[in-house]
Design a protein around this ligand. Structure first.
Ligand code: SAH
Ligand code: SF4
Length: 347
């Protein structure tokens, strides 16, 4: 296969994506990253969009094999923020010049449909924030109620497009269900984000190519490709973490394949490589998701260990991220950074 030819094709096959993910030489990687950077500039511009995360509960009724919040992790000290604490944090984020918040938690039915609706509605009344929910799989009528309350987006990664692996990682859930949820969310007007974990045990590069193609097929508005980081007190605690380089190749390939999609430079990547965020922004990414969870909860949201900046003041951490982005010549967006799907441009 010829790298230049592949990089300049309109549509890539699974085999061609696998070819990109297997590149190793410095020259080839530079060509891949440069092309992704060029496609990023053309389709989504130079602006970097912030999505401020509030991790409001670390209780979880699921048991995903890789995650530190899984129900069977009895070592974790659990917390829940009150609706008022969540709403106040959202206002603070809005005052920081961030235009999107992500309300994230384990799957925690303590927050029933009405409580989540109340939180969304109050935030929409008090701020101009776009509201993203990232609270796992819930009932379809709940998704509908939250859309009516004002929610704009839903983040629910498919995690892996390999059905067999999905079943091994999630003993209580099924891939086809997850895909149904993503399609339903899209259908009722949410901007939808999916994505995978890079470097989970059993995963092959062919699986990652399928993950990229599934995000394309779902017409996802955002896709988060982040490395797996082994978490203590989980069955995968002794496995090695996902490769930062493979994560960068995945982001670059996704940009080239899907083009008009938001791609975050994930915190997990930044935890494994201290320049991970910058590197991702230079090979296709255009979104950053700083953690604004306040103390004392911040330290307890241990999906994986060693989250960067975890002991920092969230505002100081945010300022540091801003200056790192400006240092690589990118602009901080002054808009909500909605989906770019409707403003499709031809290269
Ligand atoms: N409970 C919700 C949202 C919180 S989990 C949900 O599952 O959708 C958010 C993301 O954390 C998951 O989508 C998963 O991809 C990621 N995650 C979980 N464990 C991880 C680990 N050990 N390393 C890196 N990312 C992890
Ligand atoms: Fe719970 Fe989400 Fe972690 Fe799964 S990934 S255990 S649903 S917090």
């Amino acid at each position: 296969m010829d790298l230049n030819e592949i990089l300049n094709k309109g549509e890539l096959s699974k085999e061609e994506i696998v070819f990109l993910l297997n590149l190793t030489s410095e020259g080839d990687l530079k060509a891949l990253y440069d092309k992704a950077d060029q496609v990023r500039r053309l389709y989504v511009g130079d602006e970097v969009h912030f999505r401020g995360i509030i991790n409001f509960s670390n209780f979880c009724e699921q048991n995903c094999i890789y995650c530190g919040l899984r129900e069977d992790n009895f070592s974790l000290s659990r917390y829940r923020m009150t609706p008022e604490e969540i709403i106040e944090t959202a206002k603070m984020i809005s005052n920081e010049g961030v235009y999107t918040i992500v309300l994230q938690s384990g799957e925690d039915s303590f927050y029933d449909a009405d409580m989540i609706s109340y939180i969304i509605y109050s935030i929409k009344q008090n701020t101009n924030l776009a509201v993203t929910l990232s609270i796992g799989e819930r009932r379809f009528d709940e998704y509908r109620a939250w859309k009516i309350a004002g929610a704009d987006r839903y983040l629910l990664k498919h995690e892996t497009a390999n059905e067999k692996h999905y079943h091994i990682y999630h003993d209580r859930q099924a891939l086809h269900e997850r895909i149904n949820h993503l399609r339903f969310l899209k259908q009722i007007g949410y901007q939808v984000a999916s994505g995978n974990l890079i470097g989970l045990p059993l995963q092959a590069v062919e699986d990652i190519a399928d993950d990229i193609l599934l995000c394309k097929e779902l017409n996802a508005d955002m896709a988060a490709f982040g490395p797996f980081i082994p978490a203590p007190f989980t069955p995968y605690k002794n496995h090695k973490p996902g490769s930062p380089e493979l994560t960068l190749k995945t982001i670059a390939a996704a940009r080239i394949v899907i083009k008009d999609i938001h791609l975050p430079a994930t915190t997990a990547l930044d935890s494994l490589d201290k320049e991970g965020r910058e590197k991702a922004l230079l090979c296709g990414a255009n979104v950053v998701m700083p953690d604004f969870t306040p103390h004392p909860y911040r330290e307890k949201y241990l999906i994986y260990p060693g989250k960067r900046g975890i002991s920092d003041d969230p505002l100081v951490s945010h300022k540091m991220i801003q200056s790192r982005i400006e240092a690589i010549g990118r602009k901080i967006s002054a808009s909500r950074g909605d989906s770019v799907k409707s403003s499709y441009r031809i290269v």
